[in-house]
Design a protein around this ligand. Structure first.
Ligand SMILES: [Zn+2]
Ligand SMILES: [Zn+2]
Length: 246
């Protein structure tokens, strides 16, 4: 019965997709294909994809090969970090509209560009970076969980939005140095079910990646609980150091 219901939902969704012309996720003008951007918006997006260090994803220096010097010197807890696009006005606008508007269409567009960056090795579970429950109550949903759900559907892998919990409410990290950020989020995450992550590859899902200190704290908790490997995929990523202090 469940599959019949799912099939009907699928048809209803397809009919809706068919009835409404697809709109540019950046500005709302009508475009030819669902999840695409109009030519104007397209030129403003900097797709990152698989470029950069194969481990941290940051741009490589001319002297570096596949892995950057920093990752070679000290392999990070997050074995592979990927973001669909660079953080900029347009990608930020999408993240804000998702965060405050619960726009499932935006989560789908983000997942469309993030899905090719997720490698499915062994038993992969998608885990959204959690919000503290006080923030979850005031906002009503976790934007990263919406994206994780869309990714799970697309990739046919499991998503578990409850396995990682934010135990402490942390202040906004904007304007903090990397060290201050690390200290602020240290120990703020806890795995609720160790058996669910033990031996698995966990792919953390985030909307915007800045210094990565929050994701690092998540990875630490996951590794302690026995996760075999932790990766991260986000919609947008700050690649210009000047944007980190905003
Ligand atoms: Zn547009
Ligand atoms: Zn690196």
């Amino acid at each position: 019965m469940g599959s019949v219901a799912a099939f009907i939902r699928h048809c209803a969704r397809s009919a809706l997709d068919f009835a409404l012309p697809p709109r540019c996720a950046g500005c709302g003008t009508i475009v030819d294909n669902v999840h695409s951007f109009c030519p104007d918006c397209w030129t403003q997006i900097d797709f990152l994809g698989e470029s950069g260090c194969d481990c941290c994803g940051m741009p490589l220096q001319a002297t570096e090969q596949k892995t950057c010097g920093r990752c070679l010197a000290q392999p990070p807890r997050i074995a592979r970090t990927r973001a669909a696009v660079a953080y900029g006005d347009l990608s930020r606008g999408l993240a804000i509209r998702l965060k405050y508007g619960r726009k499932v269409a935006i989560a789908r567009t983000m997942a469309h560009y993030m899905a090719p960056l997720v490698r499915r090795d062994g038993e992969t579970i998608l885990v959204p970076v959690p919000l503290h429950r006080s923030r979850l109550w005031s906002r009503g949903f976790n934007q990263s969980a919406l994206v994780a759900r869309e990714l799970a559907r697309r990739l046919k892998v499991g998503a578990d939005p409850l396995v990682l919990r934010r135990t402490r409410r942390t202040p906004p990290l904007k304007g903090m140095t990397a060290l201050q950020r690390r200290k602020t989020v240290a120990g703020a995450f806890q795995v609720t079910d160790k058996a669910a992550v033990a031996g698995k590859t966990i792919v953390l899902v985030d909307d915007v990646l800045t210094t990565g200190s929050t994701a690092e704290a998540c990875a630490r908790a996951l590794k302690r609980a026995g996760a075999a490997r932790v990766e991260l995929v986000s919609w947008a990523r700050v690649v210009k150091p000047s944007q980190l202090m905003r």
